[in-house]
Design a protein around this ligand. Structure first.
Ligand SMILES: CC(C)(COP(=O)(O)OP(=O)(O)OC[C@H]1O[C@@H](n2cnc3c(N)ncnc32)[C@H](O)[C@@H]1OP(=O)(O)O)[C@@H](O)C(=O)NCCC(=O)NCCS
Length: 175
């Protein structure tokens, strides 16, 4: 197997340079048409504000943030959200799985998912939940990695261009 041309790590504190680089990835994904909470036109200010909020969550332990870097810099990221009701201490939501278009289809998405699962286990979590656009690239990746498809919700969200899209929920039992 060809080695991945990236290194992966968990960020325990997020500085301004990380925020700028993470904003680049988010903007690239939204410009590429990914449905990841944001609509066109998506400004850099909004991307920076989003990552500042994530940085605060990382600092307070409410989120785990993983990043991937290649020779050009930051090229992928994924998060675990721990800020859940007190009756769900054993689980986390997996969110904002983003790979820059320049780094796709090399196995980075799969590597980020495995790293996130590993981090979740290290944090004592036994159940992960996520949602993705039905039948999209990400949903296919999750299914190929063994995540269990729960079901689809039609017209759950909007694509960045305003079209409705169906969302599929998945879970992963880490026990
Ligand atoms: C979904 C996403 C994270 C996948 O990232 P990725 O790094 O391309 O993922 P991988 O490389 O692990 O796998 C993608 C495909 O490349 C293939 N692939 C992996 N390594 C490969 C290689 N060395 N050569 C050729 N193909 C390869 C995989 O088999 C997979 O194939 P498939 O499309 O037929 O399923 C990425 O497309 C993305 O960021 N999309 C926009 C944001 C988004 O929608 N995020 C999901 C939110 S739920």
């Amino acid at each position: 197997m060809t080695p991945l041309p990236c290194s992966l790590r968990r960020l325990h504190s997020v500085d301004d340079a990380h925020i700028e680089a993470l904003a680049d990835i988010l903007i690239d994904c939204v410009e590429g048409g990914a449905s990841v909470s944001f609509m066109h036109p998506f400004t850099r200010d909004r991307a920076i504000a989003f990552w500042r909020n994530v940085a605060a969550g990382v600092a307070s332990g409410k989120r785990a943030l993983l990043i991937a870097e290649d020779q050009l810099g930051l090229c992928g990221t994924v998060q675990l959200i721990f800020d859940l009701p007190e009756n769900q201490p054993h689980r986390a939501d997996l969110a904002k799985m983003l790979v820059h278009r320049r780094a796709r289809r090399q196995g980075l998405g799969a590597a980020l998912m495995r790293a996130a699962e590993c981090t979740a286990r290290e944090c004592g979590k036994t159940l992960l939940v996520l949602d993705a656009v039905t039948n999209g690239d990400a949903a296919r990746l999750y299914q190929n990695l063994g995540w269990i498809r729960v079901g689809d919700i039609p017209n759950y969200a909007l694509m960045p261009n305003g079209e409705f899209c169906s969302t599929t929920y998945f879970y992963r039992d880490l026990d």
